[in-house]
Design a protein. Structure first.
Ligand code: 5AD
Ligand code: SF4
Length: 425
């Protein structure tokens, strides 16, 4: 989401303010830091980063802080650092060219109207493009700061999304990644009287664009994975067979405390349903360990889901207390206690080790498998062409760079650790 917001910010500045990009901060007239606030650690790094840029920047260069930490800390950033010229929240991206001309202000409101998502567009890659389909989140997961920083969920009108997708494909894009905090809740709320369609219908309409080869999306919510969605996902040949399913915890008790809205059984049932229709399906997940009150038994439930689903990718985190969340309030008033750091750290290690084991076993099964690969880049050092399978696996092949942009069938011939090497068919 931040990457896409950065693309929008850059496009606005290039088109309206004649800026160009530089990789050298010492040369920059404007330094923007696009921040995340989902866990505490990156937030803490912000002020040291501001200090470093302030030291090396040109004398009259401006510094702006954007993104979720901007939304969450707002004015506080200006108070803490004299070097910052402006603060622009994650939901205010479209105002970048206005705030640029102000000094020492913070714009972090989370109201919305059509202007929230009407801004210039630029895509870093021509082959693959990202499109936001919704902004914000209506869920209230008790650990999560995002509803506070990005505001209520609002769906971007389908006709705007389709227009953007067609424009991308006309410019050579083969693969589109649809983005939202909760993509499969698409259509729940529009800012005006826009055409009402749901995520399944949106996927279907986008897939009808001639010349578009692949559609991916992130993140869907396990709760909204109904049969209608699963059927479209399974049967639409342009929809890639890789899905991110953030589990968070395998324990129904902890899921209830997290207010995720589903149980361990529901999650496993949705996986089973999808796997019965798509045997080759690749599934990724996010897991939080050490949520307050997580017992050994709860953690074993998480390991159990890990072993049953055998996720292809895993992002795992130790619970981090965030302000403006329900869990933080419960901790403050003593209703629940933080787990000791040692236990949480150990659980993370156990989880990651178990996942590594599973990955090695699953990767070994890839030998001899055939995948359609969209080639994206060339590794000059090893003379290997790199691309992703429909199931989002990184595959490398001995072939020339002239195949970049093509989708070719590749047979896996070698497995080097986590790397898959193949031969063109
Ligand atoms: N602590 C740890 N991890 C968190 N995430 C969100 N909030 C927290 C938190 N307070 C994780 C979730 C989410 C991912 C983007 O970040 O797993 O899916
Ligand atoms: Fe956060 Fe939950 Fe919304 Fe995801 S669904 S952004 S975890 S509140």
């Amino acid at each position: 989401m931040n990457e896409r917001d950065s693309e929008h910010i850059i496009a606005e500045l290039e088109e309206k303010e004649n800026y160009t990009l530089t990789k050298n901060p010492k040369e920059a007239d404007l330094i923007l830091i696009n921040t995340c606030s989902v866990r505490e650690k990156p937030e803490k790094k912000l002020f040291s980063e501001i200090g470093q840029y302030a030291k090396i920047k040109k004398e009259d260069a401006k510094i702006g802080i954007c993104g979720c930490t901007a939304s969450h800390l707002g004015d506080e950033i200006l108070k803490k650092s004299k070097a910052v010229n402006f603060v622009l929240g994650a939901r205010n991206v479209s105002k970048i060219s206005q705030i640029l001309h102000k000094d020492r202000v913070a714009w972090v409101d989370i109201d919305y109207d059509d202007s929230t998502y009407v801004f210039s567009s630029k895509h870093n890659s021509t082959l693959k493009g990202m499109i936001n389909i919704s902004i914000g989140c209506d869920k209230q997961c008790t650990y999560c700061i995002v509803p506070h920083t990005r505001g209520n969920e609002i769906s971007i009108p389908a006709d705007l999304i389709l227009k953007e997708a067609k424009k991308l494909v006309d410019n050579g894009t083969k693969e589109i990644l649809l983005l939202g905090q909760n993509v499969n809740n698409y259509g729940r709320r529009f800012s005006n009287d826009h055409r009402k369609i749901n995520f399944t219908q949106l996927l279907n309409e986008i897939s009808q664009i001639n010349g578009l080869e692949r559609i991916r999306f992130t993140s869907p919510h396990p709760l909204h994975m109904d049969d209608e969605f699963i059927n479209e996902f399974a049967t639409n040949p342009k929809v890639c067979k890789a899905i991110h399913m953030p589990l968070q915890s395998g324990s129904t008790k902890i899921l209830q405390k997290m207010k995720r809205g589903y149980s361990k059984e529901w999650f496993l049932d949705r996986v089973a349903k999808m796997r019965s229709l798509i045997p080759e399906l690749s599934i990724g997940t996010d897991i939080i360990v050490g949520f307050p009150t997580e017992s050994e038994e709860d953690f074993l439930d998480t390991l159990d889901v890990l072993e049953k689903v055998r996720f292809d990718t895993l992002y795992s985190f130790i619970y981090s207390t965030r302000p403006h969340t329900q869990a933080a309030t419960w901790l403050d008033n003593g209703e629940i206690q933080l787990l000791d750091e040692e236990t949480a750290k150990n659980r993370l290690i156990i989880l990651k080790d178990k996942h590594k084991e599973i990955l090695a076993q699953e990767n070994a099964k890839q030998l001899g498998k055939i995948h359609p690969v969209l080639f994206e880049s060339y590794d000059e050092e090893n003379l290997l062409l790199e691309g992703r399978s429909d199931t989002n696996k990184l595959i490398r092949v001995k072939a020339g760079r002239n195949l970049i942009g093509e989708i070719c069938n590749v047979k896996i011939s070698e497995i080097k650790g986590a790397q898959l090497i193949g031969e063109l068919l």
